[in-house]
Every structure is written in C-alpha cells, then in structure tokens.
Write a protein that binds this ligand. Structure first.
Ligand code: GLU
Length: 201
C-alpha cells in the first residue's frame, strides 16, 4: 500500500503509539508519513517534528507545543490545519486556511498532555474543513494525521465500505485510519501491530 514509507519516521510513529499504549490509554493518536524523506527529533525527547506533522506526548500542555510546531512548518505552504488533543476524551479542531485560522476556532484549548497536529497539502479531496486532518476512525478509537499518498486507497475504500465503514471526507488518510482499525479488529492485534500490517499491505 505505502510505496515510500520512510522507516525512521515509521519507527518514530510506532514509538509514539507504543508510548500511548504504555500509558494505558484506550485511545491513541497515530501520525504517519508515507513519503517524506527526512525526520528530526528535537531536544525534547517526546517531541516529533516532520513536514506538516507534529506530535507530542509528555507532561506539558500539548496544544501550545503543537501550534508552535505547526507555525514553524508554515514556510512549506499548505491549505489547511488541524489538531487532535487527548485527555481522557478526544477534542479535534480543523479547518481550511492558516494556523491562525485554526487558533481562532480553537480559542482556549482544552487541557491535554497528548496531541497531534497537521498542515495539509491536499492530494485527495479539495481543501475544505471535512478533508482537513486529523481524521478519526469509525469507532473513534483512532485518530490520524498523515503526509503522503495511499496509492491503493480506492480499493481499500471499497473493501471497507462493503464491511460497513462510512466516510466523512474524500481523503486517502481517512481510508488508512479505518483500514488500521479494520485490521486491528479482524486480526485481533494491538495497535502497533495493526499499523505495521496496514503499512505493509
Ligand atoms: N493525501 C492526504 C490528503 O490529501 C495527505 C496530504 C498531505 O500530505 O498533506 O489529505
């Protein structure tokens, strides 16, 4: 499915997922890049930064860190932005436009020490609010931001639709997050294993 997944980031994402799992959380956020060649890790151990994707899991407030990261990525150009924050329950904010537009709709962010953020460069589906990232799976268990292209998303979407999944956007990303959930349920595996299986499909 994913032709150009970069191993380093895949491992970093899996580490983030594993950290979420170790906290005992029933929900986890997954950030995946399928094409970007370079990832960096800052001096903050739990702070991942890479081309339109920021993730944080730690003891500090996540939202200011995510917004700061997204602003540092603004020079790349993008059409929409969004964040998902988790603190026992999920809060998701996303919109077409700039990071400043996102900040305006968030207002005072809910307290959370875990979150993911994204700036989108649309490839599948026009730039609009529903197509903006993050995307949640049908059950709401998984939330994803993603950079890149899922080349066989149409076949996967058909498979998932036949299995009863419904879609709220035109993106390949929403297909991927539901495909991971589907694998997790079908194979009865943990999230990190389901991510591995999905990316190797
Ligand atoms: N293919 C995804 C989309 O169109 C991700 C685009 C991106 O890399 O920002 O939403």
């Amino acid at each position: 499915m994913v032709q150009r997944t970069h191993t380093y980031f895949k491992q970093a994402c899996l580490r983030l997922v594993s950290m979420a799992l170790k906290t005992g959380l029933t929900q986890a956020s997954v950030s995946i890049s399928t094409c970007m060649p370079k990832a960096t890790r800052s001096k903050h151990q739990n702070y991942l930064l890479m081309c339109g994707i920021v993730g944080y899991l730690g003891t500090r407030e996540a939202y200011p860190i995510l917004i700061q990261g997204l602003k540092r990525l603004e020079y790349r150009g993008y059409d929409s932005a969004g964040v998902a924050l988790f603190n026992g329950h999920l809060d998701m904010f996303k919109c077409k436009g700039k990071v400043a537009d996102l900040e305006a709709i968030v207002g005072t962010a809910p307290a959370a020490t875990m979150g993911i953020g994204h700036t989108r460069w649309a490839t599948h589906g026009e730039p609009n609010d529903p197509n903006s990232h993050p995307h949640a799976s049908n059950s709401g268990r998984l939330v994803m931001v993603h950079n890149g292209i899922i080349e066989n998303f149409a076949a996967l979407k058909e498979l998932l639709s036949k299995a009863g999944y419904v879609f709220h956007s035109d993106t390949d990303t929403e297909v991927l997050v539901n495909f991971i959930e589907y694998i997790q349920d079908q194979e009865e595996v943990e999230l990190d294993q389901a991510v591995r299986l999905a990316l190797n499909e």
